[in-house]
Design a protein around this ligand. Sequence first.
Ligand SMILES: [Zn+2]
Ligand SMILES: [Zn+2]
Length: 186
Amino acid sequence: MNNLTPRQREILKIVNQKGDISIRELLQLMDISQATAYREIQELSQMKLVNKISGGISRMSSSSQSCVQCGRENNPRTAFLIDQIDGERLVACCSHCGLMALAKRTNISTAMTTDFFYGTMLSASQAWYVLDSSINLCCRPSTLSFSNPDEAKQFVLGFGGVVLNFMEAQQKINEMMAHNNVIHQI
Ligand SMILES: [Zn+2]
Ligand SMILES: [Zn+2]
């Protein structure tokens, strides 16, 4: 999986929060040269994490496709994006389906998940997952993503569930789905 540089992550965060941003605004927000901005944007756009628009970039829309795993309509609030090596982008409705879809595939270049608190995208392999809490936004067992493990732990104190890293979460969710016929809906 590709790891984003801290600067690319910062750009993604900004564009995902604002929806779109011009190069000029980006230069003002971040202390970088125009050449650097263009290079980072080029890479992000090649990874299909942002759309290039005239004079700037915009957030990738992830709401138009249905979930690659369960077929339900995708919700940008919980989206899980999987980019394959061949350039095709798969969208899962939530981390639950995203982690299951990932486990079945070997041709993955990047996977991104949505932070439950902030709505920002982060690398799926670096996220923390809360499984089986009482908050059911999408598929069950509920799987929510967090960029900050401390926040995930705080969340569990209030809403139950267990905090797992990427590998643990992927293993656990596939185990749970294999062992019982969990209903794949609310
Ligand atoms: Zn799904
Ligand atoms: Zn789901």
